[in-house]
Design a protein around this ligand. Structure first.
Ligand code: ACO
Length: 428
């Protein structure tokens, strides 16, 4: 008998609920029968204490700064494995063998072309449209080209759809960029790796051929690997919630992209650069910036700092910071914004406000600086995040699909509006 349980005493009656335990010993009170037994629901603003699913994909310990994909520490994967292998790991649970890798790569190449009719869509966007909005619109539009890709029809062919999406999103992202700068789109090439192909589609031009630099390809692989999954964050939860209504996969992922675009989520990487630039241009001292971030009357927050789960240094930020130092040295780039970021980090980490609230740099704090060094324009930073996060979103969507206890997501609320009244009682 399971002796691990929690008692809820309500109106003098004791109700017992089982406690479930995860692989790493984390515990949760299973309240599935709470309303049935007691008539009560739980109130948990913004799901801060709610585990909404079981998941075997990614493990995070925010107190100890641990991140693992399918059991592997992020430190074992980042910089040592390609993004394509990591995507396969997230989707399938294991790294690919030789044959599986060859097949996956072949499919990625095969699916990289976008339907020619979709290319006209790019003409409809206004100049200066944010590439994140273009990307989420284009991914949603894929639902019209693959209308039968719903939850049920996919059960047999998840691999093809997942691979098509991972491949095509890269082409669409690069096309969105080319459109935004008014240059001709560059088609994918069959003989380039995933990351090299993306860089070529971004930077090749008929008058200035792009030379693939393996160092840059390696850094891009590292960055995409670091972003590949992060369990039940805002965008992944969006994907699970929308997917639970059996929405078409492409429409579902489009919603995930929209969630990611927010400045409190993936959009923070662009906001960090805005903040660093403002500090540089205004000649504000770091002390003055920190004072503003601590002032409750001022809406300003230190972008790239703080995390719902990590109460210590984000392990991804540590890896990116190291990679940033190395890459900038290798490319002989000196970026004054990096110096500002380092000073900001040092002073914040020594400041009582940030220490007591456990606010540390998150993944977005240094990623913008390294993207800048790679030549990626700022309005594409969050798009890069989306490219990286795609395998994670699809893995979670697939896991949800296969969960035998799956139900449409539908939280409850505590109604705080007016009590019953009738139209003939109110003055008009
Ligand atoms: N600067 C200043 N104060 C902060 C910051 C910050 N960056 N982050 C949190 N705080 C303060 C809050 O004001 C709050 O103070 P209080 O307890 O006195 O009210 C306390 O720290 C807790 O913050 P919450 O907002 O309640 O924490 P929550 O878990 O809801 O939010 C979040 C996390 C959104 C990431 C927040 O830290 C933030 O806004 N950071 C800046 C944006 C950012 O970098 N987002 C990227 C996150 S990583 C990602 O999504 C990929």
């Amino acid at each position: 008998m399971n002796t691990d349980h929690a008692d809820v005493i309500y109106q003098g009656k004791t109700h017992t609920f089982p406690v479930v335990t995860g692989t790493e010993g984390e515990k949760a009170i299973d309240i599935s029968s709470l309303r049935r037994e007691t008539g009560l629901v739980t109130y948990d603003n913004s799901y801060q204490n709610t585990a909404a699913c079981h998941s075997a994909i990614t493990y995070i310990d925010g107190e100890r700064g641990i991140l693992r994909y399918r059991g592997y520490p992020i430190e074992d994967i980042a910089g040592k494995t390609t993004f394509v292998d990591t995507a396969y790991l997230l989707l399938h649970g294991e790294f690919p063998g030789k044959e599986q890798r060859a097949l996956f790569s072949r499919k990625l190449t095969e699916y990289s072309l976008v339907h020619e009719d979709m290319i006209h869509f790019f003409d409809g966007f206004p100049r200066g449209a944010h590439p994140m909005h273009i990307l989420s619109t284009m991914i949603n539009a894929l639902a019209t080209f693959y209308p039968n890709v719903d939850l049920l029809s996919l059960q047999e062919d998840i691999d093809s759809s997942a691979t098509r999406l991972i491949s095509m999103v890269r082409t669409l992202a690069a096309f969105a960029y080319k459109k935004s700068i008014g240059e001709p789109m560059v088609y994918p090439r069959h003989n380039l790796s995933y990351c090299a192909n993306f860089l070529n589609m971004m930077f090749h031009s008929p008058v200035k051929p792009y030379e693939i630099d393996q160092d840059i390809v390696d850094v891009l692989n590292l960055l995409l690997v670091l972003h590949a999954d992060h369990e039940q964050n805002c965008s992944t939860t969006t994907v699970r919630i929308i997917g639970s209504a059996q929405v078409n996969l492409y429409a579902t992922i489009s919603a995930g992209i929209s969630a990611l675009s927010g400045p409190l989520h993936g959009g923070a990487n662009q906001e960090v650069m805005n903040m660093l630039r403002q500090i540089r241009d205004s000649n504000a001292t770091i002390d003055a910036v920190l004072r503003r971030a601590k002032d409750k009357a001022d809406p300003f927050r230190l972008m790239g700092f703080g995390h719902r789960i990590y109460k210590t240094y984000d392990p991804r930020a540590r890896i990116i910071k190291e990679a940033c130092d190395k890459a900038l040295k290798k490319m002989r780039v000196s970026d004054p914004l990096l110096e500002i970021a380092i000073e900001l980090e040092q002073k914040a980490l020594a400041d009582e406000y940030f220490v007591s609230k456990h606010l540390y740099p998150n993944v977005d704090f240094y990623s913008g600086i390294i993207y800048r060094a790679l030549g990626i324009p700022e309005n594409m930073f969050t798009v890069m995040f989306a490219l990286g996060r795609l395998p994670g979103w699809i893995a979670h969507w697939n896991e949800m699909l296969r969960d035998k206890d799956r139900k449409i997501a539908r939280p409850r609320q505590i109604y705080t509006g007016l009590p019953l009244r009738h139209c003939n009682e109110s003055p008009r």
